[in-house]
Design a protein around this ligand. Sequence first.
Ligand code: MIC
Ligand code: SF4
Length: 643
Amino acid sequence: MGYTIAQKIIKNHLVCGEMKVGEEIGIRIDQTLTQDATGTMAYLQLEAMEIDRVKTELSVAYIDHNTLQSGFENADDHRYIQTVAKKHGIRFSRPGNGICHQVHLERFGIPGKTLIGSDSHTPTAGGIGMLGMGAGGLDVAVAMGGGTYYITMPKIIKVELTGKLSDYVSAKDIILEVLRILGVKGGVGAIIEYSGEGVKTLSVPQRATITNMGAELGATSSIFPSDEATHAFLKAQGRECDFSPLAPDADAVYDESYTVDLSLLKPLAACPHSPDNIKSVSELAGKRIDQVCIGSCTNSSLSDMLTVAAILKGKTVHPDVSLSISPGSKQVYTMMAKCGALADIIAAGARVLECACGPCIGMGFSPKSGGVSLRTFNRNFLARSGTADASVYLVSPEVAAASAITGVFTDPTSLGKAPVIDMPQEFTINDNLVELPASIDEAAEVTVERGPNIKPIPKGVSPAEDLSCEIILKVSDNITTDHIMPAGAKILPYRSNVPKLSEFCFTVCDKDFPERAKAKGGGIVLGGQNYGQGSSREHAALVPLYLGVKAVIAKSFARIHMANLINFGIAPITLKNESDYDKISEGEMIRIDGYRSAIEGSDEAYLTIEKTGERIPLVLSYSERQRKILLAGGTLNYTKNCK
Ligand code: MIC
Ligand code: SF4
C-alpha cells in the first residue's frame, strides 16, 4: 500500500509509535517558529528546561502580533525575545519584517520538512509541501531542544480539486467551501491533503491561503504537493536549492475524500461568529458595511495586494467605510511600493498599516458599535475584533476591495473581467531584518533582558487521589481559546504576566468568572463539543491553572488545546455519554473518587453529583506519556523529575 504526502513526511520523521490512525506517534521536528504573543512563554520554558542552544535545523522568533506599543510591556517582551533568541541560536525576525507565516513561507519553508510553531496557523507552510503544525509554546520549546513532538496519528482526508477558478473567485473561496462541507470540527484528528488537476492552477501563495485556514477545520495540518508551481515560487525567492518534488503514491489510500469543482465556485463569506457559517456573497449583496480589513496571514501575499490595488485603482473608498490594508511582509510591502500598487491603494483612501497581524488579533481597528466588518482574515469569533457587538464576515480580497468602494456587500463577479496578476519571476529579496544568533563562543556574552512585566509561570500540581470541587463554569459547544483567554490590544500586552491576564479569563462568557474562581479556590470547567478550538495560545491553559482550575470536563476537545491542558497538568476529561452534559449544572459540588488512580491506569472514572448522588461515567483516555505528565503536574515538573 502506498503513502500519501503527509504519511511520507511522517514516516521520514518517525521517532516512535506506529503510524496507525488514533495511536500516539512521536516525530522529529526540523524547524520551529514562534511569534511574540506566545514566544515569551515558549522561551521562558526553554530557559527553565536549561536548553543552552537549539538543536533544530532552523528556529525563528518572529515579532508580528504585539506591535502596538501603548505601554512598555510589548517593547520589553520584544527585547526579551531578541536577546534570548540571540543567546540560544534562534534567528530573530524584527518587527516590520512581517507576519510569521507569510515570511516563513517566503524565506524558510522547505518541502518535505517538518515545522511546528507556537501559532495555530503554522500549517500555512503546507502550501509549499511542508508539514506545519500549530503547538503550545512548551511543545515548541521541547522541539527546539531536540525533543520529540507527539501527535495522534491523523487520518488523511483527500480534497480533490477539479477545474479552474472563474474571474474574481479566489483561493479564499475554496477554503470557505471546504469549511462549508466539513465544518469547524470536520478536520479534527485529520490532515487535509489537496490533489487533482485543479492544484496545478494554483500558485504557492494561493495554496497557502487554503492550508492556513485549514486550522479553522480543526485539522492537525493541511498540505499540497510540491510540484512545478512550488519550484517556480522557490526559484523566484532565490531558493531553488530548497526544492524537491513531493507527490502521493499512485496507490495511496485516504480515509475520506471530497471533490471541489473550482469552476463552479462563487464568492463566499463566513458569517458571524464562526468560520463555517457560510453564505454566498450574492445572498448578502446590498447589505451595508462599516469597515473592511485586508491582510492577515491568510490573505496578504503580493498577488492578494496587487489584486486589491487593481480593484481600488482610480476609485475612492465609500464615505461610510473605513478600509485598512496590512501587507503580509516587508517583501510584499516593498514590491507594492516599487510597482506603484501602494500609491493606488493610498490614493483610494485606504489606511495602510504596518506589515503585522494588526486588526486580525484586535490590535487596533476595532469596528464601531454594532458595526459590520468585512475581513480577509481567518477567524470571526465573537469579540475577537475588540467590539463585542460587531458582526465580522470573512471574505476574499476581491470581495473586500469591491465592497469597500460600494459600501455594501458586493459580488465582484459583477465587475466583468478580473485583473490578471502573475507571480513575479523574481521576488525582491532582502533579509536584513532577520538577525542571526550569536555564535556558540559569543553566546555566553549575551545578556538576556527581562522587563518588569515578565512574571513567573504558574506551576502545575500532582493530582490527589480523590477530587472534590465545584463546577465553577458551564459553557456550550465550540468554545474557542478567544473565549477562554481573549486577545486584543488591551489584553495582549500581559501575555508574559499571568496574574494580570487572569483578570480577563472567560470574561467573554461570564464577566464574573475570574473573581468567582479566585473566591472558590478554583474548581472544574464543564464544556461542550470541540472545547478549546482556535488558537494555540497556552495561556488558555496556564491562566485557568493560575485560577485553580483542576480539570476540564467536556464532550470533546480541540487538539492543540488538549495538549496544552496536559502540558500544564490540567486533566482534559471526556463525558462518556454526551447527553450527561445536561445533568450537570454550574455551581454544583461534584466528586471524582479514585481520580489519581484513574489518571494512572484506568480509562474510566465516575463523577458523583453531591446533591443527588447521581453517578456520571467519565473517560480519561491518555497515552502512557500523557499519564506520566499529568501525574507529575505538567511537562515542566515531569522533565525535571526525569533529570
Ligand atoms: C490567533 O490567530 O488567534 C493567534 C493570535 O495567532 C494565535 C496565537 C496567540 O494566541 O498568540 C494562534 O492562532 O495560535
Ligand atoms: Fe496573526 Fe491573525 Fe494570522 Fe493569528 S491569524 S497569526 S493573529 S494574522
